[in-house]
Design a protein around this ligand. Structure first.
Ligand SMILES: [Zn+2]
Length: 198
């Protein structure tokens, strides 16, 4: 029973699903897999360190695959590597970016995961700042872990100028999903279901 959270760059899973990962990490192992180390927007070493600090907050492990930032490809070698990684961890739940995403590394990550996860029982797709036409069906209550998510996002010092890391925006989005569920005052993260085998 392992949760794998696949991140195209350092910061994507923290934006898309860190409140949920914080909840899940309390009862099962969570591994964050980072496809590229984000050299387009900072030093890869610093960005990896920021990811490790975030993971430390919830006791998650991290694996860096170090593919080139900006030109990640869904090729047979990458699919085989990610498939082997899922098998090695006996991944039961995988989080990946939603398929409609204008960032090519995000779209490629979805393709790689979809092609690698033949034996994964549950695949949930999270939203990134470049997702469009997002249609969520699965909602996790992150009322108790939203503060951990905010702590994590504040650790991305190299990305501090990115508007989507604004705490007010993150809070508003989580509360907006709660409102849609008639759960005023709570906070939710939303996912699109790619597969669920029960
Ligand atoms: Zn990204």
């Amino acid at each position: 029973m392992t949760v794998l959270a696949i991140s195209p760059h350092p910061d994507d899973v923290e934006i898309g699903c860190f409140g949920t990962l914080a909840r899940l990490a309390a009862r099962e192992p969570v591994v964050i897999v980072v496809m590229t180390s984000g050299s387009v927007r900072g030093s890869p070493e610093e960005r990896e360190r920021e990811t490790l600090e975030c993971a430390h907050l919830i006791g998650a492990a991290v694996e860096f695959l170090r593919y080139p930032d900006g030109s990640l490809l869904q090729d047979p070698e990458t699919v085989a590597r990610v498939r082997a990684l899922m098998k090695r961890h006996s991944a039961t739940t995988v989080f990946a970016p939603y398929f409609q995403d204008t960032h090519q590394d995000h779209a490629a990550t979805f393709g790689i995961v979809a092609a690698s996860a033949a034996h994964t029982r549950e695949i949930l797709l999270y939203e990134t700042p470049s997702t469009f036409d997002f249609r969520p069906q699965v909602f996790y209550d992150v009322t108790s872990t939203l503060s951990v998510k905010q702590q994590a996002l504040a650790l991305f010092h190299t990305q501090a100028d990115r508007p989507y890391l604004d705490p007010g925006l993150v809070d508003g989005q989580a509360r907006y999903f709660a409102l849609r569920l008639h759960e005023k005052g709570k906070a939710y993260e939303a996912f699109a279901l790619f597969r669920s085998v029960r």
